[in-house]
Design a protein around this ligand. Sequence first.
Ligand code: URA
Length: 212
Amino acid sequence: MQINISYGAAVQTGREAPEAGALAGIAKVASTCTLCRLAGGRKNVVFGMGNPAADLMFVGEGPGEQEDLQGLPFVGRSGQLLDRLVLEEMGLTRQDFYIANTVKCRPPGNRDPLPDEIEACWPYLEKQLELINPRVVVTLGNFATKSLLATAEGISRLRGRVYPYRGAQLVPTFHPSAALRGGGQVVAQIRADLVRAKEALGAAQPGGAQQS
Ligand code: URA
C-alpha cells in the first residue's frame, strides 16, 4: 500500500504550509484504516493531493478504478474534465488547490458510498478541512454536498448559490461524471459554479466566463 500526498508550491496564497506535516500524519493513519468495509477491496487509500496551503479545496465522492490503482484523486476521465474546466474558468491547476474525497477507498464496482462508510471516513475529511482551512470549498456532486451541508436536499436544488460553511464559503456543483453523462448543459452549469467559486475567492475577472 502506498500513501500519496503531494504538495504543490504555495503559488496562490503565498501562505506557508505548516499543515503539511500534520496532513501527512493523518494520511499515514488513513493508509491502514479499517474503519469500514471498503478497506477490504482497496488497492490504495486515496487521501488527497494538491496544495495544503491553498485557499481553494475541492471535495469529491470517492475513488474510482484509476484513483484506486494510482492512489491519487480524480486522475480518471472525470478528473481530466474537472482539471480542464477549472483551468478554463478559474485559471488554476492542481498546484493551486487541494482535492480530496468524501470516502478515501474505492466502493466496489464504483457503487455509491453507503451512509455508514461516509460516516466512518468523515473524521479524515473533517481534519483535512480543518488543517487546510480553505476560504472556498467546492463540493462535487450529491455525496460531498450533502455531507458538508448536512442536508438531504439534492445537488440540482442546492447548486447555483454560495453557502456559508465553517467560516468559509461553499460552492456546490455537479460531479464531473454527471457532465460526462449529461453533456453540454451540465458542463455549462459546472462552469457557472466555478465562476462563482472564483468570485468567492475574490479573483473574479469582470466580464469573464459565461454564467447560466
Ligand atoms: N470521482 C470522485 O468522486 N473522486 C475521484 O477521486 C474520482 C472520481
